[in-house]
Design a protein around this ligand. Structure first.
Ligand SMILES: [Zn+2]
Length: 332
């Protein structure tokens, strides 16, 4: 399979639970055009697959690129996935099962397509173009609604035989802790995700300990977003600062465990919480590593905020498409 020899554009796609982003790249990975759309997952996978094709087609039109000139497509999507077959096995947040994403896009655009876990794609983007360039071992940790983890080791994403891996959010940190979305108790996500932080913050606001947060966001979890937390801390809500620092420190203790296993040279922190409070998160995580990891490892590791923001997943996915096309050329 493959479009003409002269085909020279890449497409990166970020399929999220609420929105999707299609991006057309030049051969040298400059962004030529982007198209955003709502995912509307509840409409079912067939309708969403059509919407994905439309978004890529529209981005190609904007970039004045013929779909036949696309060299490869990379898609970052929520898992669990069958990476080899390019199938979304189940996507609890989307309510889907066995969605043949790779086959559908290959048929629609006539070019090879690779799918990856969205967190993996994001870190791969940071490894090639952002905060983790040229790292021997880059660890990515992305606290959000959950907590995503990924690792690029000597240029390759660490993965399982079929599925992606590095679920740092589901390391147990409290044996008798709260129930996690995965069905087990006391996972890191239950103490350090945005949802866990927002729940504690809402309690503090309700008790009258966080007047600025109460005024801005009330006690509604869905309104206590990362930026509202950051503004409340800036305005002097010390109770909120303590809650966020405690969560960031717990995140750091889990990261320190991974540092002891892999001795990464860089830890990249990303996601909305870190974007809103980069210094707080990088500082707490580094302090936890310094306190908990082997000294030779903690001295050698940098903790940095991600650089690419919303473009990380599409950039990493496009880089994975490039790898796939190159590997196919080498083995043929
Ligand atoms: Zn869990």
């Amino acid at each position: 399979m493959g479009n003409s020899v002269e085909s020279k554009y890449w497409v990166g796609f970020d399929l999220g639970g609420t929105k999707m982003l299609a991006t057309v790249f030049s051969e040298g990975f400059e962004i030529l055009a982007q198209e955003k759309a709502k995912t509307k997952a509840q409409q079912g996978s067939d309708v969403v697959l059509d919407r994905i094709i439309k978004a890529i087609t529209k981005a190609c039109e904007t970039a004045a690129v013929q779909p036949s000139d696309i060299k490869g497509i990379g898609v970052g999507c929520p898992g669990p996935l069958d990476l080899n077959k390019g199938v979304i096995l189940t996507a609890p947040n989307l309510g889907w099962e066995n969605v043949k994403l790779k086959a559908t896009l290959e048929k629609a655009f006539g070019c090879p397509t690779v799918i990856a876990n969205d967190v993996d794609a994001g870190l791969y983007g940071e490894y090639h173009f952002g905060a983790a360039r040229k790292a021997r071992c880059a660890l990515g940790v992305f606290p959000g609604t959950g907590i995503g983890g990924a690792c690029v080791y000597e240029g390759h994403l660490i993965r399982g035989k079929v599925n992606s891996c590095f679920e740092i959010g589901h390391i147990q940190v409290q044996p008798e802790g709260r129930l996690c979305g995965c069905g087990r108790r006391g996972c890191l996500e239950t103490v350090a995700s945005r949802l866990a932080i927002a729940a504690e913050a809402a309690k503090a606001a309700f008790r009258g300990e966080a007047p600025h947060l109460l005024e801005e966001a009330g006690t509604d979890l869905s309104k206590i977003k990362s930026n509202a937390l950051a503004r409340s801390i800036q305005a002097g809500d010390t109770a909120i600062e303590n809650i966020v620092r405690t969560a960031a420190r717990r995140l750091g203790v889990a990261v320190a465990g991974v540092v002891n296993l892999l001795a990464p040279d860089v830890v990249v922190l990303g996601g909305g919480l870190v974007e809103a409070m980069p210094d707080l998160f990088a500082g707490e995580v580094k302090e936890a590593i310094d306190a908990q990891a082997m000294e030779t490892f903690s001295q050698a590791v940098k903790v940095v905020p991600a650089k690419l923001g919303d473009d990380a997943v599409v950039m990493g996915a496009a880089a994975l498409a490039d790898d796939m096309v190159e590997e196919a050329a080498e083995s043929s």
